[in-house]
Design a protein around this ligand. Structure first.
Ligand code: MG
Length: 373
């Protein structure tokens, strides 16, 4: 690895792991984090969890797994270009969505509504809970025992009520300090990833079309350049040539603007990054375009009636399952019945959050369909 910037996360300024372990012999501590995430059960389940389209709607749409891999690719590019800790950026990116429920945001909103009286449900906190507690892979501890810096990156936001339960990790939300620059960049890599692949998936699904996108600044600007270079281009090639250029422009802009911010504030150490204002940012012009595309997708894709029909069904599946298990926890698999003894609603939320889209659909059928066994 090329030399790290002085304000990058490194093993010498790490706050370490909750349960001390011997240093790895052939890898960095953050490679070890990445490897633990890749081998986890929660990571494999991402393959069958929705991003926008429910998993069985088509084989070519993004899932949470392919989304996470795309985010990791962007995050690694950003980190390497800025001499930051690329292994850490990869570990954060691959684990950032581990706590997502089935059926994307509709699933999270439904589970949060079910948990309103019991402490709520938030996918970001659930990602942390997954790596800290729920994974069962090691003899010596629950969870994956990841480094503080990876856990800090996973916890992007946190409701004020929850901060006190999170110890050292929650303190930054009370003190208003920042996470590492690697974590800040991962957050924006996530946005670059989903904005762009949702354009691609949205076009493939036919729910949005090229004519509509001509009204969106960042698309119009890049598609014009593509048509100028390749006057005959059409179809898939046109879409992919445009999307890849948008991702590149956003990433390059983010690197340039963030580097300017680092230079302007003069941060020299990781401690100074944490105390400074948020440094990772797009330039003002690019940010406006990025927000415009986000808004376009919200109105035209995420709120498209065909998407809403599916999310409505998803909401019902989640709340039906939650209600059935609350009424009779003996319907839970034995492991969760055990957990339900100490905290029934939380054990049920953990069970439901871990489900893939198709598992949730099947479980709903098993519990509610008359005539099914
Ligand atoms: Mg994400």
């Amino acid at each position: 690895m090329a030399e790290l910037a002085p304000h990058a996360v490194s093993e010498s300024n790490s706050r370490g792991r909750q349960h001390p372990e011997r240093a790895p012999s052939a890898r960095s501590e953050y490679q070890r984090d990445r490897d633990r995430v890749v081998h986890s059960t929660a990571f494999r389940r991402l393959e069958y969890k929705t991003q926008v389209f429910v998993n069985h709607e088509g084989d070519l749409f993004r899932t949470r797994l392919t989304h996470s891999i795309e985010v990791a690719q962007i995050a690694r590019t950003l980190a390497r270009a800025m001499h930051l800790n690329e292994d850490l950026a990869e570990a954060i990116a691959l684990s950032h969505d581990l706590g997502h429920t089935p059926f994307g945001h509709a699933g999270q909103d439904a589970l949060n509504a079910c948990m309103r009286e019991h402490g709520g449900f938030e996918h970001n906190l659930q990602s942390l809970r997954t790596v800290d507690l729920l994974e069962e892979r090691y003899g010596a501890f629950d969870g994956l025992n990841l480094t503080y810096e990876t856990r800090e990156g996973i916890l992007k936001h946190c409701a004020p009520k929850k901060t006190h339960e999170l110890g050292e990790l929650g303190r930054r939300f009370i003190e208003g300090t920042q996470p590492s620059l690697e974590a800040q960049l991962c957050n924006l890599a996530d946005e670059i990833g989903y904005n762009n692949h949702d354009v691609d998936d949205g076009l493939r699904s036919g729910l949005i079309d090229l004519l509509q996108l001509d009204e969106v600044g960042i698309w119009a600007r890049h598609v014009a350049l593509v048509r100028q270079d390749y006057p005959q281009i059409a179809g898939r090639r046109l879409i992919h040539e445009t999307v890849r250029r948008m991702i590149n422009s956003l990433a390059v802009d983010l690197i340039e603007e963030t580097s300017r911010n680092v230079a302007a504030t003069g941060v020299q150490t990781l401690a100074e990054v944490r105390k400074a204002v948020s440094l990772a940012a797009f330039s003002a012009g690019m940010y406006a375009e990025h927000k415009e595309l986000k808004h376009f997708l919200r109105i035209n894709l995420y709120q498209h009636y065909q998407v809403l029909r599916m999310t409505n069904k998803a909401r019902r599946i989640i709340s039906d399952l939650f209600g059935a298990f609350m009424d009779d926890p003996r319907l839970l698999p034995p492991q969760y019945q055990q957990m339900a003894i100490t905290d029934k609603p939380r054990a049920i939320a953990d069970y439901i959050a871990g489900m893939t889209d198709r598992y949730a659909i099947r479980e709903h059928r098993r519990l509610f369909a008359v005539g099914e066994i």
